[in-house]
Ligand binder design. Structure first.
Ligand code: G6P
Length: 628
């Protein structure tokens, strides 16, 4: 979604804001704007532009044309009001008394607008944010507040606004009569503060770590319903009662280089290649070897004891997008190994159906960003109902990580490309560990099987490397496929879960219409769409289902489909049926998702490149979906 950056300090703010925004552009990018205050001038200067950030950069000579050491900036992903310069943030009240950037949604903005119109306020945009800006102005200028100090006035007004608005927000705020001060507030949208030293001396706000990484690694996580006040020298955080509170400063372990392209043309390709490392980093620290060489899985970080795991009666796997697909795959793995019943839940649907949450349920919330609004809401519902929650999250310190009862971090490192690859792979890896651990403590697998499975897990990174070493064939095939209008992915069991992710990758970045079907379902309707030349990808990694998937492929071939077969080495019979085959190394079939997904990621990538599309920033999509 939208990205926020703010800086107050010794340096010129605008170039820092633009640089920070460029690191957040992946969150949303239909327009951008900055507001900067020069201490010697009367006014805050606001510059906004529709389209990519480069438009704003051109308008401001990369920020050099806008003078001042204090400012806020924003990249927008439109929710209320079309993408335009007018609707771009910052939004402000008359004479720029109050200037605001906002990430999130103000749900009751119409009521607020009506109320403010009755007081004489005039709105010039279609956004919900302008309602928050003008509401803040109305509180800030209340006659009763005139005797207060500027900071008390600002804090009181922000608090009153937070009480009045419904919805989610991370806000960066400038007050026209308070040069050199940035205020910030949050509820259900991510926001961090950065502490800069040396020649950058000052403070920052940002909606995500990459925006500040180049300037500092010292950050403070702002919690819900907290307000921050930043100047060059000072940082203060207050609760909703405007009482100052102490916040710990955390050190970010990622370095700025981890968020650079490293010689790859696109972040997606770089991240695809980081998968062996990321999967290894997620698995290895949790696998312990005893002196006699036997290995075991250590999940003590989650504080789930063996007794807890034995008592689990049901597992809910909850997520959105690819994280949901991780759940779809893990259901097969967990149920097969541990015999604990699993349900896979779309976080966006979960809370609206009044779910039945039994005692001893374990809710596993899967999320790369740890900020997805629906996943966070599902987590909160589980907690409210007394269900124990485990977060499988990539971003350290994110909302889901902090609010869950326990966390298993996926050590993918920063993922910039909107289409997830390495985060998905590490989520799979983390949950394989849970599956094997559950099975081992519950006695549903014996020691030999446990050792074999752990051995297979440890071999996955090297097998992913082998797949990456043979990617040119896929590039050739992708060029042929780029003209496709529709692509169907089919598979059974785990291969259906893989198909879902392969299909999502393709449509996300190539804009080709694509659907995934459980192969047996095809003939109940969808097969009517198959005609001469339609591409069908058949995933057949599961030995016991291989022949069934192949016979479904034969059915579509006889209707004219052009077939891509994806299977494991050894299953060469598929070549009699399909037009093009890709083999992945053999592993335990339960872990095949981790290997089979890689050619599908590469396929989507190469097709997107062949079509000349913006691989890392596909249209209309955002990396971190912090609105419902
Ligand atoms: C967005 C991203 C997807 C991601 C989904 C869930 O749609 O583009 O790649 O799978 O959100 O995000 P999360 O951060 O919760 O994993």
């Amino acid at each position: 979604m939208c990205g926020i950056v703010g800086y107050v300090g010794v340096r010129q703010a605008a170039p820092i804001l633009l640089e920070g925004l460029s690191k957040l552009e992946y969150r949303g990018y239909d327009s951008a704007g900055i507001a900067v205050r020069d201490e010697n001038s009367e006014h805050v200067e606001v510059v906004k532009a529709k389209g990519r950030l480069r438009n704003l950069m051109q308008m401001t000579d990369s920020g050099n044309a806008v003078r001042g050491c204090c400012g806020i900036g924003h990249t927008r992903w439109a929710t209320h009001g079309e993408p335009s310069a007018v609707n771009a943030h910052p939004h402000y009240s008359k004479e720029k008394r109050v200037v605001v950037v906002h990430n999130g949604i103000i749900e009751n903005y119409q009521d607020i607008k009506d109320m403010l119109r009755r007081k004489g306020y005039v709105f010039s945009t279609q956004t919900d944010t302008e309602a928050a800006a003008l509401l803040l102005d109305s509180y800030y200028t209340e006659p009763g507040r005139s005797s207060l100090s500027p900071r008390e006035r600002a804090l009181g007004a922000i608090r009153d606004m937070m009480i009045r608005v419904r919805g989610s927000y991370a806000l960066g705020i400038l007050f026209g009569d308070q040069p050199g001060v940035i205020y910030a507030a949050r509820k259900d949208s991510p926001l961090i503060l950065g502490c800069c030293e040396g020649e950058m001396e000052g403070h920052m706000i940002a909606s995500d770590v990459p925006a500040v990484l180049q300037y500092t690694r010292k950050v403070v996580y702002i919690d819900n319903l907290e307000i921050a006040c930043l100047t060059r020298e000072e940082m203060h955080v207050y609760n909703i009662d405007c009482e100052e509170i102490e916040k710990p400063v955390a050190e970010i372990r990622w370095d700025a280089a981890a968020a650079e392209k490293d010689g790859y043309e696109h972040f997606m390709m770089k991240e695809i290649h980081e998968q062996p490392r990321a999967v290894r980093d997620t698995l290895s620290p949790r696998i312990k070897e005893a002196e006699d060489g036997t290995r075991s899985i250590d999940l003590s970080e989650t504080s789930l004891t063996d007794d807890d795991l034995r008592a689990v009666s049901r597992i809910l796997l909850i997520g959105c997008g690819s994280a949901y697909h991780v759940g779809m795959a893990e259901r097969y793995v967990i149920e097969k190994l541990s015999r604990v019943p699993c349900e896979v839940e779309l976080a966006s649907e979960f809370r609206y159906r009044d779910p039945i949450l039994a005692q001893n349920c374990l809710a596993v919330i899967v999320s790369q960003s740890g900020e997805t609004a629906d996943s966070l809401a599902a987590l909160r519902l589980c907690k409210e109902r007394g269900v124990r929650t485990l977060a499988v999250v990539n971003v350290v310190g994110s909302s889901i990580a902090r609010e869950a009862d326990a966390v298993m971090y996926t050590w993918a490192g920063p993922e910039i490309s909107v289409a997830t690859t390495k985060a998905y792979s590490t989520q799979l890896a983390a949950l394989y560990l849970l599956a094997v651990k559950l099975a081992a403590v519950r006695g549903s697998i014996d020691a030999a099987r446990e050792q074999a499975l752990i051995g297979e897990l440890l071999a996955l990174p090297e097998k992913i490397e082998r797949i990456l070493g043979d990617k040119e064939r896929l590039q050739w095939f992708a060029n042929k496929m780029a003209a496709s209008k529709d692509v169907f992915f089919i598979g059974r069991g785990l291969d259906y879960a893989i198909s879902l992710e392969g299909s999502l990758k393709l449509k996300e970045i190539s804009y080709i219409h694509s659907e995934a079907y459980a192969a047996g379902e095809l003939k109940h309707g969808t097969i009517s769409l198959v005609e001469e030349g339609v591409m069908v990808v058949g995933v057949a990694t599961q030995p016991e289902l291989f022949e069934k998937v192949v016979s479904n492929l034969v059915e579509v071939r006889s209707r004219g489909a052009y077939l891509f077969g994806l299977t494991t080495y050894g299953q060469y019979a598929i070549e009699d049926t399909v037009n093009f085959t890709v083999y992945v190394p053999r592993t335990d079939p339960l872990f095949a998702t981790s290997l089979a997904v890689v050619p599908l990621q590469l396929l989507a990538y190469y097709i997107s490149c062949a079509k000349g599309l913006d691989v890392d920033k596909p249209r209309n999509l955002a990396k971190s979906v912090t609105v419902e």
